[in-house]
Design a protein around this ligand. Structure first.
Ligand code: PRP
Length: 184
């Protein structure tokens, strides 16, 4: 789906399809160089990272493995609590693996902070993070992702994997939703 198809729902398009793909190609080139000669495992975090994972891994020129985790943050509504439970764990053992977590968004940082600690406790060679989006104003836990796609303002965004009530994940762009759509 393109933003043109749902213009009435959107306040603004923040990132176009072309901008996204160009940036993913840049990040992929960095990752290819940084991990040259090593076997990299990409760990995608369901569900939001599905789209960025699919595009990002196809920009890479090196072989990679992939695996997926699904986690859920305990908390009310849209507020993360930092207490995370695993809904789906990895299929493979991380011992001696070079792991790159692929996330759609770093918001408060609570999810990634928990996830990095969890994966680091499993004996990998390294754990780094690529987050497609980051909201610097929303960060509560200091996290230093090795790779960041775009820094964005602290607004409610959808598209390119990010949902509101499970909709808009299939929007090609990243957009700000009109407040009326989510009842504000
Ligand atoms: C989103 C996103 C991150 C997390 C970021 O997941 O994919 O995992 O929130 O927020 P934080 O930095 O404040 O912890 P969400 O729980 O919406 O699940 P989804 O990926 O299935 O949409």
């Amino acid at each position: 789906m393109h933003s043109d198809h749902i213009n009435g729902d959107l306040a603004a398009v923040l990132l176009t399809d072309d901008q996204i793909q160009a940036r993913l190609a840049e990040v992929a080139a960095q990752v290819d160089a940084d991990y040259e000669g090593r076997d990299l495992l990409l760990v995608g975090v369901l569900k939001g990272a599905v789209i960025v994972m699919a595009d990002f891994m196809r920009h890479l020129r090196s072989h990679v493995s992939t695996d997926w985790m699904a986690v859920s943050s305990y908390g009310s509504g849209t507020t993360s609590s930092g207490v995370v439970r695993i809904l789906k764990d990895l299929d493979i053992d991380l011992v001696d693996c070079d792991v790159l977590i692929v996330e759609d968004i770093l918001d408060t940082g609570l999810t990634l902070s928990w996830l990095m600690n969890n994966l680091r406790s499993r004996g990998p060679a390294s754990v780094e993070v690529f987050t497609f989006l980051r909201k610097p104003e929303a960060v509560q836990v200091p996290i230093t992702p090795r790779y960041v796609g775009f820094d964005i303002p602290n607004e409610f965004v959808v598209g390119y994997g990010l949902d509101y009530a499970e909709r808009y994940r299939n929007l090609r762009e990243v957009a700000v939703l009109r407040p009326e759509v989510y009842g504000h």
